[in-house]
Every structure is written in structure tokens, then in C-alpha cells.
Design a protein around this ligand. Structure first.
Ligand code: SAH
Length: 254
């Protein structure tokens, strides 16, 4: 018996990995975390699959389901939105499984960050503009360590990708404006890759008003940085004519 933690992707069912999808269909128990998982993913499961929405269950209740599956010798697929490596809440589950000796495997997924960049046809790192992306959030029920306060992170003026923060957009831009110039682009992507996806473009000064007008309070990423404004970057060294490297030696015929 094994638990498979599977990154279900940002929403579009075609953005779940082949491996994740195959494992999902081979499990008798499927646990998923509420509204961020596209119900279409679940609609193709065999009739007999036991499907549990974990959004109303505490950790102990979820562990009870893992134990039940172990006793029945059935595999469990645990779906989480996007990729599991950020804001996935799988660490506490893995710790609980370690304690009771249940084996597990982690299958990555497409993060909403990647899906948002794709929908914007943007690269988050541009030579000469920003070579760093900070993934973070504003503090909420889960506190952010004081050294990671947005005001401090903003001092780097690199590309920022903020999860779980859209409901506090006013507070976000207030903190960012201490370091980013007011005209710095800020883009909000609501439900990236879903049919009702929305893109709201503004800057540090204007974005909060625009988000308010649209009434967006959930399921959106806030992306900040000059990379969304600039054609003014230089070409990467990788494809430069003067530069050859292991895979593109001069005089090698392709
Ligand atoms: N592990 C997930 C993030 C889970 S935290 C990932 O890799 O994407 C939940 C937050 O992720 C939401 O509050 C929102 O900020 C963001 N999010 C998840 N799905 C999204 C989507 N399709 N479009 C935009 N933001 C999304």
C-alpha cells in the first residue's frame, strides 16, 4: 500500500502530468483538496473509487482515511493543486505518515506560477532586468517569519510571485511601494488555465482599484516586476554567436 501525492496542476486537466494521471487512475482511494481541483479530473475515475474532499477534514481525520486504506491494502492518490513544493500542506501529512510507517511518493505538477507566466507569454527572468523570482505570500492565518515580510523582500526589486494574498491586495501594494517605483507592472492572474481565467494588468498605483472593481478575492496570483514591461533586455549568452559550449561547439554539423 502506498500514498501518491500528486500535483494536479493549475486547473486545465491537460496540465496534469501523464505519470500523475496514470497513478490517479490506479488508486482505489482519492483524496483531494476542495475547490482548486478541477472536478473534470475526478469525473473519469472508476465508479468504485472512494473519493474524499479533504477541505472539511482535519489532519487526524485525513490520517484515519490513510489508515483505513492501509488496512484494506489499497493505494491512495492525494491530489493537491498546482505543484506540491509550494504551499502544498503535504509536509505535515508526510510527517504523519512517517509516524505510522505508511510509504509514499511525490509526483510533481505544473504550478499556478508556471501557468500564469504561460498565459501571459512572459519569462519571469530576463537578462539585465531580473534574474531572481521570489515566491512568497502576505501573512494571514499562517504567519510569515518577520525576516520575510513583504517590505523586506521588496527591497530586492526582483520579480515577485505572491500566492494566497489577493484578498489583501491593498496591504500588498502599500508594502511594495516602499521600494518599487509606482509605475512597476503588477499583473493579477485569476484562475490561470481555467475557462474563466482573467488577467488584470496595472501597476503598483493602479492594481488594487482594478482588482476591487473585478471583485477578485480568491484563486489569483500577484506578479510584480519590470520583466512584464520590458523589451529592453539583452539576449542570453546561451544563443549568442560568439559563445560555444558543450552542446553547440563551433563547426559541429547538426
Ligand atoms: N501548490 C499550488 C499553490 C497552492 S496555494 C501551486 O503550485 O500553484 C493556493 C494559492 O495558489 C491560491 O490562493 C492562489 O494564490 C494560487 N493559485 C492556485 N491555483 C491558481 C490558478 N489556477 N490561478 C491563479 N492562482 C492560483
Amino acid at each position: 500500500m502506498k500514498v501518491y501525492f500528486i500535483g494536479a496542476g493549475p486547473g486545465d486537466v491537460e496540465l496534469m502530468t501523464v505519470k500523475g494521471n496514470r497513478r490517479l487512475h490506479a488508486c482505489s482511494y482519492v483524496m483531494y483538496a476542495g475547490s482548486l481541483i478541477n472536478p473534470e479530473i475526478l469525473s473519469s475515475l472508476p465508479e468504485a473509487t472512494r473519493i474524499c474532499d479533504t477541505s472539511k477534514l482535519n489532519l487526524e481525520e485525513q490520517v484515519a482515511i490513510y489508515k483505513e486504506a492501509r488496512d484494506a491494502d489499497r493505494n491512495v492518490a492525494r491530489l493537491q493543486s498546482g505543484d506540491l513544493s509550494v504551499y502544498g500542506t503535504i509536509a505535515e501529512q508526510m510527517r504523519a505518515l512517517n509516524k505510522i510507517g505508511i510509504q509514499y511518493e511525490v509526483i510533481p505538477g505544473v504550478s499556478s506560477m508556471a501557468a500564469s507566466a504561460a498565459t501571459l507569454k512572459s519569462e519571469l527572468t530576463l537578462p539585465g532586468i531580473s534574474q531572481t523570482v521570489i515566491l512568497s505570500r502576505i501573512g494571514g492565518r499562517t504567519q510569515v517569519p518577520p525576516d520575510e515580510d513583504l517590505e523586506k523582500l521588496a527591497s530586492h526589486k526582483c520579480t515577485l510571485c505572491l500566492f494566497l494574498s489577493i484578498h489583501k491586495i491593498k496591504e500588498v501594494v502599500k508594502k511594495l511601494s516602499i521600494h518599487y517605483p509606482p509605475e512597476t507592472p503588477v499583473i493579477v492572474v485569476y484562475k490561470a488555465s481555467w475557462e474563466d481565467e482573467k488577467i488584470i494588468k496595472g501597476n503598483i498605483e493602479t492594481i488594487a482599484g482594478k482588482v476591487d472593481e473585478e471583485g477578485i478575492r480568491l484563486t489569483a496570483l500577484i506578479l510584480v516586476g519590470e520583466v512584464f514591461n520590458s523589451e529592453d533586455f539583452y539576449d542570453s549568452r546561451l544563443y549568442s554567436k560568439e559563445y560555444s559550449h558543450l552542446f553547440r561547439k563551433k563547426n559541429v554539423r547538426i
